[in-house]
Design a protein around this ligand. Structure first.
Ligand code: GLV
Ligand code: MN
Ligand code: MN
Length: 407
């Protein structure tokens, strides 16, 4: 159990920015180095490792009855720019620690237990989150995957040519029945568990995320010489849209509606030049699909009104618009039983962040095990969970895997 902390530290050192910040973008040299490290640890445990065509990695501990649907666990190791060392990684390296712990107890599972490292849970590179689990669950078609490009215009397929992943893209989706259940261990990324001094969160539902990409075209010009009434300032339109994003979320009938303009770029970015183009990426979520979808409609209307008034050309692309995941009661009960067995306090909760489990829920029953993180901070170098909190999460996962794989 102790060695997982060293492993997480070593993983954090594989970063494009100096620690304590961690930056590990999918298909970067850091991502590849981290994957190699993960696979070397899996080999120590004699797990059977395979990858699919986009690099989802499966490390299998074969059960006594390998033909039975397996029990899955896992998460991601990609990290958004200048983030922390626990998001996702606790589910991958903690998942490995849970398997090691169960193996050391002498237990042999009836069903196979499979640890997954999902490719690109973060949207950093391709603008779309959960790329690996989205494709595994058949929620992203090959046709749409082929259209994905990074900000430098390199497409997914072109990038994949540089890597030695196995198999073909068409073979990525898993069949229903491949897994009997999937359970992901993750830091909460919110303040509730710490505030209420609870050891383990058991997830009953994951909010429905969506993302929009907005491109605006106005007219550039000299900042001194074009009078205000003659302008088509794409930057000002973008600023108005960002405020509308905030207003629509605040005025929603639901407290669960949250919306963020996470990217706002203008061109040409010169102090004495009127912005001729602007580009926004907007993240909009709710636990209720109907409420989330109404907010998307309101936002699209608002963008049209703003752009008409300002004489700006706009194009709006809905990058993703996903369903929420409802976790299976039997699995939630299994995690609860594990916490009770271990004497750890628990709380049932909603995940407002999305996770690969959102997509695994399309394939099999799922739930998640949350552990507290300091002040709820995540996606930031200050992200922190204590060794004790991590170990409680691993023990809970280990016991859950044991009970699920025994029948
Ligand atoms: C996951 O990283 C999210 O943005 O919810
Ligand atoms: Mn994240
Ligand atoms: Mn995560």
């Amino acid at each position: 159990m102790q060695r997982v902390h060293q492993e997480l530290k070593k993983l954090a050192s594989i970063s494009a920015t100096p620690n304590p910040s961690v930056t590990r973008v999918v298909y970067s040299k850091e991502d590849l180095k981290a994957r190699t490290y993960f696979i070397s640890l899996c080999s120590e445990l004699c797990l059977k490792v395979r990858t699919d065509a986009i690099g989802n990695t499966f490390a299998r501990w074969e059960g006594k009855n390998p033909l039975l649907p397996a029990i899955g666990t896992g998460s991601h190791i990609d990290a958004i720019p200048e983030s922390g060392m626990y998001d996702g990684t606790v589910g991958v390296f903690g998942g490995l620690a849970a398997i090691r712990y169960v193996m050391e107890s002498g237990y042999v599972p009836e069903r196979s237990i499979e640890l997954l490292l999902f490719t690109s849970e973060e949207p950093t590179r391709f603008g779309i989150g959960c790329l690996g689990s989205r494709m595994l669950s058949g929620q992203l078609s090959l046709k749409n995957a082929r259209k994905l490009k990074d900000s430098k215009g390199r497409d997914l397929i072109e990038l994949l040519q540089w890597f030695n992943f196995d198999g073909q893209l068409k073979d990525i989706p898993l069949k229903k029945g491949y897994y009997d259940a999937f359970v992901e261990l993750h830091i909460e990324q919110g303040p509730i568990l710490e505030k209420e001094n609870v050891d383990i969160g058991i997830v009953t539902k994951i909010a429905a995320p969506s993302a929009l990409r907005v491109s605006l075209k106005g007219q550039g010009g000299h900042a001194g010489c074009v009078l205000m009434d003659d302008r088509k300032d794409a930057g000002c339109a973008a600023a108005e849209i960002a405020l509308a994003v905030e207003r629509i979320a605040k005025e929603s009938s639901s407290i669960d509606t949250v919306a963020t303009t996470g990217i706002l770029d203008i061109k040409p970015r010169a102090v004495n030049s009127i912005p001729k183009e602007a580009y926004l990426e907007i993240d909009l979520r709710d636990t209720n699909v109907a409420v989330r979808d109404k907010a998307i409609r309101d936002l699209k209307n608002e963008i049209e009104i703003i752009c008409n008034r300002r004489n700006i050309e706009s194009s709006v692309e809905l990058l993703n618009c996903d369903n929420p995941a409802i976790c299976q009661k039997e699995l939630v009960d299994a995690v609860q039983a594990a916490t009770e067995n271990l004497g750890y306090s628990h709380k049932k909760m909603i995940s407002r962040a999305y996770h690969d489990t959102l997509f695994m829920a399309q394939l099999c029953p799922t739930t998640m095990i949350f552990i507290p993180c300091r002040k709820g901070v995540s996606h930031h170098p200050d992200e922190y969970s204590s060794p004790e909190q991590i170990e409680k999460g691993i023990e809970t996962l280990a016991l859950t895997l044991k009970s699920l794989s025994s029948k």
